[in-house]
Design a protein around this ligand. Structure first.
Ligand code: PLP
Length: 479
């Protein structure tokens, strides 16, 4: 029998401070986010099936989409809340500064800054706001593989509300432009990484298309915001960093490159290198990092922070999403209506505790556990005639993410939902949300930082037992 703490265990018992026992902590953790993280009043779970507190008795292979707060994260958020409530050591501004400092200690380069955002999609709104202030005119936003990033990203990248409620609570019109951006000349263009049928395009074709699109935008008098996709929802890269560096050099001053590292499946070194070569980077603490849904950040390279400090962006359009203390003082825009997003600070407190624990674990041991996880999942898929690896088994470049088709081409979404309800028997099993590849939907079996850190400390037996149950339940549900 597998211990109940199984996959969510994060290195032994985590003694929770008094504030972490507070049921209100769960509610606060789900505050200051858009509709996606609100807890349903009946199920007490968010849209992704995650409750507002740790759920160690369930199997969480869902880090490509969302996870519940981990025990370590819950303790860290409780500690932070306790310090704020009791007025121990930190002012609220000092607390947000310290969250940014910790993020930059992990991922920053000299002179870099971090702006917190309520999710990866909200980070897209922030980078668009910064690009508009640099553009001073028409802007072409070039997004890579929109079907394999967040579903709200194309709307956000066009300057539109992507849901009916903004993260700081205001009701907004989904699809409507953010107030103040009504007349902004923003054009969305996309570069696909797959053919319409789902086959992967050659990297050189993707790079060439990106270069041509930026070239056309700049020649037409526009400013270009070019996305580089570090890892898509299926673990595939988009425009290469080398191509983006060339494009940036060729059109210096008229293009901003932003790396979408929202899955956070690349090593910190890659993000530091991105910042060092002048790219902005979007990250989240709520995908591979295993922090609670959702917390994002936009990391800005030194050269950009200097330009923006000289010409701060207009904050008013971002006011429904962005609080003043999300920003470092020298870049803080005027016109932000809310002072602080407490829920976001708590979610980042939880996520940073997991990221720091992961980074403190020896790299070779982490890599070995991740490798074993992937081999185990891939082996189980290969042994099951009802399942099939996507991309003809080509290994995703991003670690800890294995997308799987149903071999009979039947829609896997009912199985995804049934697994989350526990219909297959045993514990509730959570996978990454279905993602469309061509005309077929794939489910994703994912590892997370808490899972890997726990397995390095305690061995892989509990992860393997969880995978046993997942694949048995999945087979039963397919009949
Ligand atoms: C590559 C990528 N970018 C951006 C996002 C959007 O992030 P969020 O879900 O935090 O809004 C996602 C979400 O899955 C993603 O996979």
């Amino acid at each position: 029998m597998v211990a109940a703490s199984a996959l969510m265990r994060t290195g032994g018992r985590v003694d929770a401070p008094a504030a972490a026992q507070d049921p209100r902590l769960g509610l606060l953790l789900a505050s200051g986010g858009d509709d996606r993280i609100w807890l349903d009043p009946v199920t007490r779970r968010n849209r992704y099936g995650a409750p507002g507190k740790p759920a160690p008795d369930e199997l969480w292979f869902s880090s490509s989409t969302a996870s519940p707060v981990s025990p370590r994260g819950w303790a860290a958020a409780g500690e932070a809340l306790g310090q704020l409530v009791e007025g121990r050591s930190l002012t609220i501004g000092g607390w947000f500064d310290s969250l940014r400092r910790r993020l930059l200690a992990l991922y920053g380069a000299p002179g870099a800054e971090a702006v917190l955002a309520a999710s990866g999609t909200e980070a897209e709104l922030v980078v668009l706001g910064l690009a508009l202030s640099l553009a001073e005119g028409p802007l072409v936003n070039i997004v890579v593989a929109p079907a394999e990033t967040g579903s709200g990203v194309p709307a956000a990248a066009s300057g539109q509300h992507f849901l009916g409620r903004a993260s700081l609570g205001a009701e907004v019109t989904k699809g409507g432009r953010l107030a103040g951006w009504d007349d902004a000349e923003v054009t969305l263009e996309t570069v696909e990484i797959r053919e319409p049928g789902g086959a992967l395009r050659a990297q050189s074709d993707v790079d060439q298309e990106a270069a041509e699109r930026v070239g056309r935008a700049v020649a037409g008098g526009a400013f270009a915001l070019l996305h580089v996709l570090d890892a898509s929802k299926t673990g595939r890269p988009g425009v290469s960093r080398a191509a983006a560096a060339e494009i940036l050099a060729r059109h210096s001053g008229r293009v901003l490159v932003v790396v979408d590292a929202c899955q956070l499946r690349c090593p910190p070194r890659a993000i530091r290198d991105d910042l060092a070569q002048g790219f902005a980077v979007m990250v989240t603490g709520s995908k591979f990092a295993g922090g609670p849904a959702f917390c994002g950040a936009l990391l800005l390279p030194a050269a950009m922070t200097e330009r923006l400090a000289a010409r701060p962006p207009c904050g008013a359009p971002l006011a429904p999403y962005s609080a003043a203390l999300d920003w470092p003082a020298r870049l803080r825009p005027a016109g932000l209506a809310h002072v602080a997003n407490l829920g976001l600070g708590l979610r980042w407190s939880a996520a940073l505790a997991e990221i720091e624990a992961f980074e403190a674990t020896p790299a070779a041991r982490r890599a070995a556990v991740l490798d074993q996880f992937e081999r185990s999942v891939r082996g189980r898929v290969a042994a099951d005639p009802g399942l099939e690896l996507i991309d003809h088994g080509l290994r995703p470049e991003a670690p800890g993410l294995v997308p799987v088709f149903h071999a009979d081409r039947c829609d896997p979404r009912p199985a995804y939902e049934a697994l989350a309800r526990g219909d297959g028997g045993g514990r509730l099993c959570h996978l990454g949300q279905p993602v469309m590849i061509g005309r077929r939907a794939a489910l994703r079996v994912c590892a997370s930082m808490p899972m890997i850190t726990g397995a390095v400390r305690h061995g892989c037996a509990e992860v393997e037992a969880g995978l046993d149950q997942l694949f048995e339940s999945w087979a039963r549900l397919r009949g």
